[in-house]
Design a protein around this ligand. Structure first.
Ligand SMILES: Cc1cc2nc3c(=O)[nH]c(=O)nc-3n(C[C@H](O)[C@H](O)[C@H](O)COP(=O)(O)OP(=O)(O)OC[C@H]3O[C@@H](n4cnc5c(N)ncnc54)[C@H](O)[C@@H]3O)c2cc1C
Length: 434
């Protein structure tokens, strides 16, 4: 294998897809089922960036770009919802609206009597602001991306836990599955969510203390009739989203977030679940969610906090890619921490670029439309280098920006620019997809 990607969540799937489409022979290894980590446990919100205008302004532009790109490329996974409503206390409103203006996020103030998901007293005591947050079925996203990976030639192993990353003379040599099985690879990308710190600890990475994993409690109300996202600036920043297949998904950011180590066996604290149910029932219109009608589950995620953008040194919704060749002296090992499902669009690009080693590509920043020869699309990279070398037109301001690698349709199993050199059928082994 050229590359092994560890983890079959949104970050691993997108990274594997980008690598395969740029000509790498890729295996993706998932301990459980695809999407079994945070990806299929989350709210499914592809962020506009509005949630971050005040504390994490650096990711707003990325959210906006990703929301738009996913909306086009993965439209089949989008849920039809009404525009989301931010429920903002009066005192916070000027800062929030200024943030939206600064980041050019379209919004509208909404009359209290038009949001029937909120009780009259809460609606009257807050400013209601509608923003175009988009809600997706995470499971459908995973299905689509898995199909695209297979079409692009990725070998997918599910139900296969990576026990360790193997190395020799300062380079990765592959991964070990189970007690004896070894899969050789020139590069290994860790996209293992809350499994990441344990894998990196085994190779002695100095980045381990900078990875913080924590739990959130999610409540699923299967019978709730929520038509839009509701995002509370107070109330521990509760987020309620329409769920795929009906009902609502809710969590309280900051409500239940113990730090964790390891990646399995996180029991639901029933007292806390009941408390959250009661709080939520108070915040929403009567009958929308019953205090006891929710099913609670725990979802864990990992942030990279070795960045000045980390909030209180423990939370960072931004993405980060580590090249372990620098600092850990382990060439060929990369880690991708996506921060948000939304930002996996950029995180996977940064990871695939890092693995590609800065391969020059046929892209250009020039605004003048440029014609590229066949097989040398501005949206493709990697092995197209051969086909590009000396053959592509030299545009004004040419530079070696690396491309997203995803402009090929993600929905129709396409791959119009997939290089011929390494073509091989994708394989799905050991277990079924979702
Ligand atoms: C409650 C909650 C709500 C959220 N809501 C949103 C939202 O609405 N919008 C948004 O953009 N983001 C949201 N997020 C964040 C988002 O879900 C995550 O940032 C994102 O899904 C992480 O994706 P990932 O691929 O990095 O990790 P994961 O989806 O966790 O995938 C990692 C995978 O690696 C596998 N793995 C781990 N160890 C190993 C191993 N040793 N061998 C093989 N496989 C292994 C796991 O089984 C898992 O499937 C939310 C997070 C939480 C916790």
């Amino acid at each position: 294998m050229d590359s092994v990607v560890i983890g079959g969540g949104i970050a691993g799937l997108l990274t594997a897809l980008r690598l395969a489409r740029s000509g790498h022979e890729v295996a993706l290894v998932e301990a459980d089922r695809l999407g079994a980590g945070a990806t299929c446990a989350n709210h499914g919100m592809l962020h506009s960036g509005a949630l971050y205008v005040r504390q994490h302004g650096h990711i707003v532009r990325h959210c906006r770009q990703a929301q738009s790109a996913f909306g086009t490329l993965l439209a089949a996974a989008e849920l039809p919802t009404d525009p989301a409503v931010y429920v903002v206390p009066d005192a916070d409103t000027p800062a929030f609206l200024t943030g939206l203006d600064t980041h050019r996020i379209p919004y509208q103030r909404t009359a209290a009597d038009t949001v029937d998901e909120l009780p009259a007293d809460i609606a009257a005591a807050h400013v209601l602001v509608t923003v175009n947050e988009r809600v997706f079925s995470s499971r459908r996203l995973v299905e689509i991306l898995a199909g695209q990976c297979l079409a692009a030639g990725v070998t997918i192993l599910t139900g296969s836990t990576v026990e360790r990353i193997t190395r020799a003379s300062g380079r990765v040599t592959g991964i070990r599955l189970g007690a004896t099985e070894h899969l050789s690879a020139t590069s290994v990308v860790v996209a293992a969510g809350i499994g990441t710190p344990a894998l990196l600890a085994q190779v002695g990475s100095r980045h381990v203390p900078l990875l913080k994993s924590r739990l959130d409690m999610m409540l699923h109300f299967p019978r709730s009739r929520v038509r839009r996202g509701l995002i509370f600036a107070q109330l521990d920043r509760a987020v309620v989203m329409p769920a795929p297949g009906g009902g609502a998904l809710a969590s309280f950011f900051g409500g239940v977030q113990p730090p964790i180590a390891g990646r399995r066996g996180f029991a639901v604290d029933l007292d806390k679940a009941a408390l959250l149910g009661v709080e939520l029932a108070r915040a929403l219109a009567p009958g929308l969610v019953g205090p006891t009608g929710g099913v609670a589950y725990m979802a864990g995620k990992t942030d990279y906090v070795g960045s000045p953008h980390a909030e209180n040194g423990v939370i960072n919704p931004g993405f980060h890619v580590i090249d372990h060749g620098a600092g850990d002296d382990l060439v060929g090992l990369y880690t991708v921490v996506t921060g948000k499902m939304t930002l996996a669009f950029h995180a996977s690009k940064a990871a695939a670029d890092a693995v590609g080693g800065g391969t020059p590509t046929c892209t250009s920043r020039t605004s003048t439309p440029t014609r590229f020869p066949p097989g040398c699309s501005p949206w493709n990279r990697g092995p197209t280098r051969e086909s590009c070398d000396g053959r592509h037109p030299e545009p004004t301001n040419h530079h070696h920006r690396r491309d997203p690698g995803l402009r090929q349709p993600l929905v129709d199993g396409g791959g119009a620019h997939r290089p011929e050199r390494r073509r091989h059928p994708g394989r799905l082994q050991r277990a079924a997809l979702w």
